[in-house]
Structure formats: structure tokens, C-alpha cells
Design a protein around this ligand. Structure first.
Ligand SMILES: [Zn+2]
Ligand SMILES: [Zn+2]
Length: 208
């Protein structure tokens, strides 16, 4: 085992604390997911060599986020990526994971926070905590701030299939419902151009 059960007293990195103030302010509270998302984003940018995500390198990367819970807010704040900027791709997969892609060189790194990270919390939370939801959250927040990255994350190199981020304007009409589909989000089903709602066969709504 890489981790001993002795309690570790380490101060959180001041740069991390500074970033957590921003991410928590945007998210509305400081919670375990905010700490995880903030550290995930900092690690992801570092791994793909992006040092100026909100300035000169704003268009040089893209982030796939696999959760719609707390970490996605932090990832968006740290990286500056937004759905509307088309550099944050949201996948509704319910996983605490994100992939950071450098569009200049194709380097792609997926970072997962495994369930095992929670098992390490006691090793890194050194305060007295009330035995309620707030206390449990506070313990996790303190622990995730200082937990070594190899306990908190599984970081792997990946290759992105179908990396298409064309800037050209393109639109087409769905052959079934007739609605316009922009930006090559259409699909071909039985040789017909369809929107994803028609093409998938199970849209999120049904006409009344
Ligand atoms: Zn939260
Ligand atoms: Zn359609």
C-alpha cells in the first residue's frame, strides 16, 4: 500500500487556496466536489501543457466533463472553458472524470476521481468535525485539499476519437422533423439526415 494510516498534517497549497476562493464563489459553496474539480482542472491543464488558459491559449484546448455535479463548475472557472465557447463538452455520464485535450498537439489526458479517494479521507483530515453532513463535507474538503494526486486521481493518456471542432458555419435540415441542426450535430440514419432527437429514437420530449 502506498498510503500509511498515520495522520498527515500538511497545509494546502496557497495557489490552490486562492483558486478555491474563486471556484467556491462561483459555485456558491466550498464542497468536496469543488475541491476535486479545482484540483482536476489544475492537474489537467498542467498535464497538457496549458499555462495561460484564459489568455493566449484560450483556443488551444478543450475539456470533456463527464459529470453535471459540483466539479463541473470548478473546472469551468479554473479553465475558463464554457459550453457556449465550445471548449467545454458536457457528457451526461455521471462519472467524476474529465478529459483535457491540447488541440495544438493532440495530447489528451483523462482524470478520474475514483471511489477509493474517499477511503483515504481519514488519513488527511486532521480536525475535529461534527458528526453530520456538514462535518463529513468539511472532512472531505480538508482531505482533498492535501491528498497526494496519486491517491485522489487516476490520470491516464487517451486518444480522442472524432475530434471535430470545425469553425465553419454549417446547418442542415432534419429529414424527419424539418428542424435546423447546426454545427454538424446531425446524424445519418438509414441514409437520412436526422437531428439527434429523431435519429436516436428516444428524444427527451414527446409532442403532445
Ligand atoms: Zn457543491
Ligand atoms: Zn428531427
Amino acid at each position: 500500500m502506498a498510503f500509511t494510516l498515520t495522520k498527515v498534517k500538511t497545509k494546502a497549497d496557497p495557489a490552490l487556496e486562492h483558486m478555491l476562493e474563486k471556484t467556491a464563489a462561483f459555485h456558491g459553496h466550498l464542497c468536496p466536489g469543488t475541491v476535486i474539480g479545482t484540483r482536476m482542472a489544475l492537474a489537467g491543464l498542467r498535464e497538457i501543457g496549458i499555462t495561460d488558459p484564459k489568455g493566449s491559449q484560450q483556443k488551444d484546448f478543450v475539456v470533456y466533463v463527464e459529470t453535471d455535479r459540483c466539479p463541473i463548475d470548478a473546472i469551468s472557472v479554473v479553465t475558463g472553458a464554457r459550453i457556449s465557447r465550445r471548449n467545454l463538452r458536457f457528457l451526461d455520464w455521471g462519472k467524476v472524470a474529465a478529459t483535457f485535450v491540447n488541440l495544438k498537439n493532440g495530447k489528451a489526458i483523462r482524470i478520474l476521481c475514483p471511489d477509493s479517494a474517499r477511503d483515504l479521507v481519514d488519513n488527511y483530515a486532521s480536525g475535529e468535525y461534527p458528526d453530520d453532513k456538514h462535518g463529513r463535507d468539511a472532512r472531505e474538503v480538508d482531505a482533498y485539499k492535501i491528498m497526494p494526486e496519486k491517491g485522489l486521481f487516476v490520470i491516464s493518456s487517451v486518444k480522442i476519437d472524432n475530434l471535430k471542432f470545425g469553425k465553419e458555419k454549417f446547418k442542415v435540415q432534419c429529414e424527419k422533423c424539418g428542424e435546423t441542426v447546426n454545427d454538424r450535430k446531425e446524424m445519418i440514419v438509414d441514409g437520412k439526415v436526422m437531428c439527434q432527437s429523431c435519429g436516436e429514437g428516444e428524444g427527451y420530449y414527446h409532442a403532445l
